[in-house]
Design a protein around this ligand. Structure first.
Ligand SMILES: [Zn+2]
Length: 265
């Protein structure tokens, strides 16, 4: 009897351990960063992430890097998707070209993101136009449905959120959660672990957060790690990302955003 109980407890503990996940996302997937992206993907392969990561693709980065004009990059992207990488739309140009009247939005747009919060100040019609154009472009190039979106710098205005729901996107991600615009429900909670190397202060802050995040977020069933191409320009960040991933993969499996639709928050 006692043996049966402890066996059941062990089975439950093992199931809970199996269900702990880490979602790895690769931001700013654009031909502008092709060399860096290949480097990162090779690192993920070496660490054992394999193809279980998400690629956040920008259709026309800074209005200077339209995907259709870069065939070898598109071929590489198709290859990654074919191996099982999850493809999500990541803005359209990634650049915030709006003038923000609201001082809080102005602060968030220019201070926190260096002017890359494209979807923060868009009105509903313009957000919808960019979502539709970007999605159609990716679907045509990659021959597969696109129903996940992450706004550049995770910044959304209220109109952008509504446009995502109206466009029927299944998955969207913010700094603090993953949700389904179409279903109107939260899919996962908890802050994303991300890095910044733009200044020495930010770099040190990133390293500190990364070290604290493991223990602080140990209770989160789903942990999210975001990698940006420029992270790999900084050796300390590169090493820390590897350390963090290896440590987390001891107790978590690499999951996909799509799995959250069936498993819930
Ligand atoms: Zn981005």
């Amino acid at each position: 009897m006692a043996a049966g109980t402890s066996e059941r407890q062990a089975t439950r503990a093992a199931a809970a351990a199996r269900d702990r996940r880490i979602l790895v996302s690769l931001h700013d997937v654009t031909p502008a960063h092709f060399a860096r992206l290949r480097d990162i993907v090779a690192t993920l392969e070496r660490i054992g992430v394999g193809s279980r990561f998400a690629m956040l693709v920008v259709p026309d980065f800074w209005s200077r890097w339209p995907l259709p004009a870069h065939r070898s990059f598109v071929d590489w992207l198709r290859e990654q998707a074919g191996r099982g990488a999850e493809i999500l739309l990541h803005g359209y140009t990634h650049r915030d070209d709006r003038h923000h009247r609201h001082p809080w939005h102005r602060l968030r747009a220019h201070w926190l993101t260096a002017g890359e919060g494209e979807f923060l100040g868009l009105d509903g019609a313009e957000a919808r136009r960019r979502l539709d154009t970007g999605r159609t472009m990716l679907e045509d190039l990659l021959d597969g449905p696109i129903d996940g979106f992450v706004a550049p710098a995770w910044l959304y205005g209220p109109d952008s959120r509504q446009a995502l729901a109206a466009a029927g996107f299944e998955i969207a991600e913010g700094r603090w959660s993953v949700w389904s615009p179409r279903r109107g429900r939260t899919l996962a909670r908890g802050p994303v672990v991300a890095y910044a190397g733009r200044t020495r202060g930010r770099l040190m802050g990133s390293l500190l957060w990364s070290h604290l995040a493991g223990p602080l977020l140990a209770g989160c069933r789903v942990l999210r790690l975001a990698i940006h191409p420029h992270d790999f320009d900084h050796v300390p960040l590169r090493h820390e990302i590897e350390r963090f991933l290896r440590r987390q993969m001891e107790t978590r499996r690499c999951g996909r955003y799509r799995d959250l639709l069936t498993s819930g928050a």
